[in-house]
Ligand binder design. Structure first.
Ligand SMILES: *[C@@H]1O[C@H](CO)[C@@H](O)[C@H](O)[C@H]1NC(C)=O
Ligand SMILES: *[C@@H]1O[C@H](CO)[C@@H](O)[C@H](O)[C@H]1NC(C)=O
Ligand SMILES: *[C@@H]1O[C@H](CO)[C@@H](O)[C@H](O)[C@H]1NC(C)=O
Length: 242
Protein backbone atom coordinates (compact mmCIF):
# COMPACT_ATOMS: atom_id res chain seq x y z
CA UNK A 1 0.00 0.00 0.00
CA UNK A 2 1.14 3.53 -0.72
CA UNK A 3 2.18 5.66 2.24
CA UNK A 4 0.37 8.92 2.98
CA UNK A 5 3.29 10.91 1.52
CA UNK A 6 3.10 8.90 -1.70
CA UNK A 7 -0.63 9.43 -1.89
CA UNK A 8 -0.21 13.16 -1.45
CA UNK A 9 2.50 13.25 -4.11
CA UNK A 10 0.24 11.40 -6.53
CA UNK A 11 -2.70 13.64 -5.72
CA UNK A 12 -0.48 16.61 -6.54
CA UNK A 13 0.61 15.02 -9.82
CA UNK A 14 -3.00 14.31 -10.73
CA UNK A 15 -3.97 17.91 -10.10
CA UNK A 16 -1.00 19.14 -12.14
CA UNK A 17 -1.91 16.77 -14.98
CA UNK A 18 -5.52 17.95 -14.93
CA UNK A 19 -4.33 21.55 -15.27
CA UNK A 20 -1.96 20.65 -18.12
CA UNK A 21 -4.59 18.60 -19.91
CA UNK A 22 -6.90 21.58 -20.20
CA UNK A 23 -5.42 22.06 -23.67
CA UNK A 24 -4.78 18.93 -25.70
CA UNK A 25 -1.29 18.45 -27.16
CA UNK A 26 -0.79 17.78 -30.87
CA UNK A 27 -0.71 14.01 -31.35
CA UNK A 28 0.04 12.08 -34.50
CA UNK A 29 -0.46 8.52 -35.67
CA UNK A 30 2.65 6.88 -37.14
CA UNK A 31 2.54 3.60 -39.05
CA UNK A 32 5.72 1.68 -39.81
CA UNK A 33 6.22 -1.47 -41.87
CA UNK A 34 9.14 -3.69 -40.83
CA UNK A 35 7.82 -6.65 -42.86
CA UNK A 36 9.86 -7.93 -45.83
CA UNK A 37 6.85 -7.18 -48.10
CA UNK A 38 4.69 -4.07 -48.72
CA UNK A 39 1.74 -3.35 -46.42
CA UNK A 40 -1.33 -1.21 -47.13
CA UNK A 41 -2.60 0.13 -43.81
CA UNK A 42 -6.31 0.80 -43.36
CA UNK A 43 -7.22 3.46 -40.79
CA UNK A 44 -10.93 3.42 -39.96
CA UNK A 45 -12.62 5.98 -37.69
CA UNK A 46 -15.26 4.67 -35.31
CA UNK A 47 -18.80 5.95 -35.92
CA UNK A 48 -18.82 9.48 -37.30
CA UNK A 49 -15.30 10.58 -36.41
CA UNK A 50 -13.45 12.16 -39.31
CA UNK A 51 -11.12 10.20 -41.61
CA UNK A 52 -7.44 10.85 -40.94
CA UNK A 53 -6.08 8.80 -43.86
CA UNK A 54 -7.42 8.28 -47.39
CA UNK A 55 -6.05 4.71 -47.11
CA UNK A 56 -4.29 4.80 -50.48
CA UNK A 57 -0.73 4.60 -49.18
CA UNK A 58 1.47 1.55 -49.53
CA UNK A 59 4.28 1.20 -46.99
CA UNK A 60 7.57 -0.06 -48.41
CA UNK A 61 9.10 -3.23 -46.92
CA UNK A 62 11.74 -3.01 -44.17
CA UNK A 63 10.93 0.39 -42.71
CA UNK A 64 8.29 2.24 -44.76
CA UNK A 65 6.82 4.99 -42.56
CA UNK A 66 3.90 7.42 -42.67
CA UNK A 67 2.35 9.83 -40.13
CA UNK A 68 -1.06 11.45 -39.92
CA UNK A 69 -2.12 14.14 -37.42
CA UNK A 70 -5.05 13.18 -35.20
CA UNK A 71 -7.84 15.76 -34.90
CA UNK A 72 -7.32 17.97 -31.82
CA UNK A 73 -10.56 16.73 -30.27
CA UNK A 74 -11.60 13.24 -29.13
CA UNK A 75 -11.11 10.62 -31.86
CA UNK A 76 -11.38 6.84 -31.83
CA UNK A 77 -10.75 4.30 -34.54
CA UNK A 78 -8.80 1.27 -35.66
CA UNK A 79 -5.82 0.31 -37.80
CA UNK A 80 -5.31 -2.92 -39.71
CA UNK A 81 -2.65 -4.04 -42.20
CA UNK A 82 -3.63 -5.29 -45.66
CA UNK A 83 -1.05 -7.65 -47.11
CA UNK A 84 -0.35 -9.26 -50.48
CA UNK A 85 -2.42 -6.80 -52.47
CA UNK A 86 -2.84 -7.43 -56.22
CA UNK A 87 -4.57 -4.06 -56.60
CA UNK A 88 -4.90 -1.28 -54.00
CA UNK A 89 -8.23 -2.70 -52.91
CA UNK A 90 -7.81 -6.43 -53.51
CA UNK A 91 -5.63 -7.93 -50.80
CA UNK A 92 -5.13 -11.42 -49.41
CA UNK A 93 -5.54 -10.27 -45.80
CA UNK A 94 -6.68 -7.25 -43.82
CA UNK A 95 -9.85 -6.19 -45.64
CA UNK A 96 -11.86 -8.68 -43.58
CA UNK A 97 -11.22 -11.18 -40.74
CA UNK A 98 -9.11 -12.96 -39.80
CA UNK A 99 -7.04 -9.85 -39.09
CA UNK A 100 -5.10 -8.16 -36.31
CA UNK A 101 -6.91 -4.95 -35.22
CA UNK A 102 -5.26 -2.03 -33.39
CA UNK A 103 -7.74 0.06 -31.44
CA UNK A 104 -6.91 3.68 -30.66
CA UNK A 105 -8.50 6.66 -28.95
CA UNK A 106 -6.93 10.09 -28.37
CA UNK A 107 -7.79 13.33 -26.58
CA UNK A 108 -10.18 11.75 -24.13
CA UNK A 109 -10.79 13.24 -20.67
CA UNK A 110 -7.46 14.54 -19.24
CA UNK A 111 -6.03 14.23 -22.78
CA UNK A 112 -5.77 10.50 -22.29
CA UNK A 113 -4.86 8.21 -25.19
CA UNK A 114 -5.78 4.51 -25.04
CA UNK A 115 -4.48 1.78 -27.29
CA UNK A 116 -4.60 -1.99 -27.65
CA UNK A 117 -4.17 -4.81 -30.13
CA UNK A 118 -7.18 -7.09 -30.56
CA UNK A 119 -7.06 -10.65 -31.88
CA UNK A 120 -10.83 -11.06 -31.53
CA UNK A 121 -11.09 -11.02 -35.34
CA UNK A 122 -8.12 -13.36 -35.73
CA UNK A 123 -4.53 -12.64 -36.73
CA UNK A 124 -2.90 -11.65 -40.02
CA UNK A 125 0.24 -9.74 -39.02
CA UNK A 126 2.51 -9.22 -35.99
CA UNK A 127 1.60 -5.73 -34.74
CA UNK A 128 2.83 -3.64 -31.80
CA UNK A 129 1.49 -0.26 -30.63
CA UNK A 130 3.00 2.21 -28.21
CA UNK A 131 2.62 5.84 -27.14
CA UNK A 132 5.62 8.13 -27.32
CA UNK A 133 6.62 11.50 -25.90
CA UNK A 134 8.80 14.09 -27.60
CA UNK A 135 11.54 13.62 -24.94
CA UNK A 136 11.97 9.96 -25.94
CA UNK A 137 9.83 8.55 -23.12
CA UNK A 138 7.11 6.06 -23.82
CA UNK A 139 4.15 4.27 -22.30
CA UNK A 140 4.03 0.45 -22.45
CA UNK A 141 4.29 -1.27 -25.83
CA UNK A 142 1.34 -3.64 -26.34
CA UNK A 143 0.50 -6.17 -28.99
CA UNK A 144 1.91 -9.27 -30.59
CA UNK A 145 5.54 -9.39 -31.79
CA UNK A 146 5.20 -12.98 -33.10
CA UNK A 147 3.97 -14.53 -36.32
CA UNK A 148 0.97 -16.45 -34.96
CA UNK A 149 0.19 -17.80 -38.43
CA UNK A 150 3.30 -19.90 -37.98
CA UNK A 151 1.99 -22.45 -35.46
CA UNK A 152 -1.70 -21.73 -36.05
CA UNK A 153 -3.92 -24.74 -35.24
CA UNK A 154 -4.44 -26.56 -38.57
CA UNK A 155 -8.23 -26.22 -38.51
CA UNK A 156 -7.87 -22.43 -38.02
CA UNK A 157 -5.59 -21.45 -40.91
CA UNK A 158 -6.74 -19.17 -43.72
CA UNK A 159 -5.41 -20.15 -47.16
CA UNK A 160 -5.30 -17.76 -50.15
CA UNK A 161 -6.13 -18.53 -53.80
CA UNK A 162 -2.59 -19.83 -54.36
CA UNK A 163 -2.98 -22.22 -51.44
CA UNK A 164 -0.54 -20.26 -49.27
CA UNK A 165 -1.28 -19.94 -45.54
CA UNK A 166 -1.81 -16.20 -44.97
CA UNK A 167 -3.64 -15.76 -41.63
CA UNK A 168 -4.98 -17.50 -38.52
CA UNK A 169 -8.62 -17.45 -37.36
CA UNK A 170 -8.01 -18.56 -33.76
CA UNK A 171 -8.23 -19.92 -31.25
CA UNK A 172 -8.27 -17.35 -28.41
CA UNK A 173 -6.40 -19.70 -26.03
CA UNK A 174 -3.59 -20.17 -28.56
CA UNK A 175 -3.42 -16.41 -29.24
CA UNK A 176 -3.34 -15.46 -25.55
CA UNK A 177 -0.70 -18.03 -24.65
CA UNK A 178 1.71 -16.74 -27.30
CA UNK A 179 0.82 -13.04 -27.14
CA UNK A 180 -0.39 -12.13 -23.61
CA UNK A 181 -0.28 -8.36 -24.32
CA UNK A 182 -3.27 -8.55 -26.67
CA UNK A 183 -7.05 -8.82 -26.22
CA UNK A 184 -8.71 -12.02 -27.36
CA UNK A 185 -12.28 -11.25 -26.28
CA UNK A 186 -14.41 -8.30 -25.24
CA UNK A 187 -13.53 -8.49 -21.55
CA UNK A 188 -9.88 -9.52 -21.86
CA UNK A 189 -7.37 -6.86 -20.71
CA UNK A 190 -3.57 -6.66 -20.85
CA UNK A 191 -1.66 -6.93 -17.54
CA UNK A 192 -0.16 -3.46 -18.20
CA UNK A 193 -1.63 0.05 -18.49
CA UNK A 194 -3.34 0.62 -21.84
CA UNK A 195 -3.51 4.36 -21.65
CA UNK A 196 -1.17 7.28 -21.55
CA UNK A 197 -1.59 10.97 -20.76
CA UNK A 198 -0.96 13.42 -23.61
CA UNK A 199 1.49 11.44 -25.75
CA UNK A 200 2.78 13.15 -28.92
CA UNK A 201 2.63 10.04 -31.03
CA UNK A 202 0.82 6.71 -31.19
CA UNK A 203 3.08 4.39 -33.16
CA UNK A 204 1.89 1.17 -34.80
CA UNK A 205 4.60 -1.13 -36.10
CA UNK A 206 3.93 -4.12 -38.38
CA UNK A 207 6.28 -7.11 -38.09
CA UNK A 208 8.06 -5.77 -35.03
CA UNK A 209 9.77 -8.83 -33.56
CA UNK A 210 10.00 -7.74 -29.93
CA UNK A 211 8.15 -5.51 -27.53
CA UNK A 212 10.35 -2.43 -27.16
CA UNK A 213 12.02 -1.96 -23.79
CA UNK A 214 10.35 0.57 -21.59
CA UNK A 215 12.36 3.74 -21.36
CA UNK A 216 10.70 5.42 -18.43
CA UNK A 217 12.59 8.68 -18.45
CA UNK A 218 11.58 11.97 -16.87
CA UNK A 219 7.93 12.82 -17.30
CA UNK A 220 7.11 9.49 -18.86
CA UNK A 221 7.31 7.52 -15.61
CA UNK A 222 4.97 9.94 -13.85
CA UNK A 223 2.71 9.79 -16.90
CA UNK A 224 2.51 6.03 -16.70
CA UNK A 225 1.75 6.14 -12.99
CA UNK A 226 -1.00 8.62 -13.75
CA UNK A 227 -2.29 6.54 -16.61
CA UNK A 228 -2.63 3.65 -14.14
CA UNK A 229 -4.63 5.76 -11.73
CA UNK A 230 -6.88 7.39 -14.30
CA UNK A 231 -7.62 4.27 -16.31
CA UNK A 232 -10.92 3.53 -14.62
CA UNK A 233 -12.32 7.03 -15.08
CA UNK A 234 -11.03 7.15 -18.64
CA UNK A 235 -12.59 3.82 -19.49
CA UNK A 236 -16.06 5.03 -18.61
CA UNK A 237 -15.54 8.31 -20.48
CA UNK A 238 -14.44 6.31 -23.54
CA UNK A 239 -17.49 4.12 -23.44
CA UNK A 240 -19.74 7.15 -23.67
CA UNK A 241 -17.91 8.38 -26.77
CA UNK A 242 -17.43 5.10 -28.60
C1 LIG B 1 -23.60 10.19 -38.09
O1 LIG B 1 -23.86 11.19 -39.05
C2 LIG B 1 -25.08 10.99 -39.76
C3 LIG B 1 -25.17 12.02 -40.87
O2 LIG B 1 -24.74 13.28 -40.43
C4 LIG B 1 -26.26 11.06 -38.76
O3 LIG B 1 -27.47 10.82 -39.44
C5 LIG B 1 -26.07 10.00 -37.69
O4 LIG B 1 -27.06 10.13 -36.69
C6 LIG B 1 -24.69 10.16 -37.03
N1 LIG B 1 -24.47 9.03 -36.12
C7 LIG B 1 -23.99 9.18 -34.90
C8 LIG B 1 -23.79 7.93 -34.12
O5 LIG B 1 -23.71 10.27 -34.43
C1 LIG C 1 4.25 -16.20 -40.98
O1 LIG C 1 4.18 -17.58 -41.00
C2 LIG C 1 3.56 -18.10 -42.19
C3 LIG C 1 3.37 -19.60 -41.99
O2 LIG C 1 4.58 -20.20 -41.62
C4 LIG C 1 4.44 -17.75 -43.37
O3 LIG C 1 3.82 -18.23 -44.57
C5 LIG C 1 4.59 -16.24 -43.45
O4 LIG C 1 5.48 -15.88 -44.49
C6 LIG C 1 5.11 -15.67 -42.14
N1 LIG C 1 5.02 -14.21 -42.17
C7 LIG C 1 6.07 -13.45 -41.92
C8 LIG C 1 5.81 -11.99 -41.97
O5 LIG C 1 7.17 -13.88 -41.68
C1 LIG D 1 -11.41 -13.84 -22.35
O1 LIG D 1 -10.03 -14.14 -22.46
C2 LIG D 1 -9.38 -14.37 -21.22
C3 LIG D 1 -7.89 -14.56 -21.52
O2 LIG D 1 -7.67 -15.63 -22.41
C4 LIG D 1 -9.99 -15.60 -20.55
O3 LIG D 1 -9.36 -15.80 -19.29
C5 LIG D 1 -11.48 -15.36 -20.35
O4 LIG D 1 -12.08 -16.53 -19.83
C6 LIG D 1 -12.14 -15.00 -21.68
N1 LIG D 1 -13.53 -14.63 -21.44
C7 LIG D 1 -14.53 -15.07 -22.21
C8 LIG D 1 -15.88 -14.56 -21.86
O5 LIG D 1 -14.34 -15.87 -23.13
Amino acid sequence: MATMAERLALAFLLAAAAALAASAVDTKLTLQNLCPFPVRPLVTPNGNFSSISDNTIELDPNGGLVSFPFPDTFWAGSVVARTFCRTPTSCDTGSSPPRTVVQLAVHSTEDLATYSVSLEDGFNLATVVTALFSDGGQCPALGCPLNLTNGCPVDQVKIDDCRIIVACKGDPGYFKRRCPLTRVNGTDREPLPQSCIAPRELKVVFCQTELAHLTMVGAASAQTELAHLTMVGAASAQTEHM
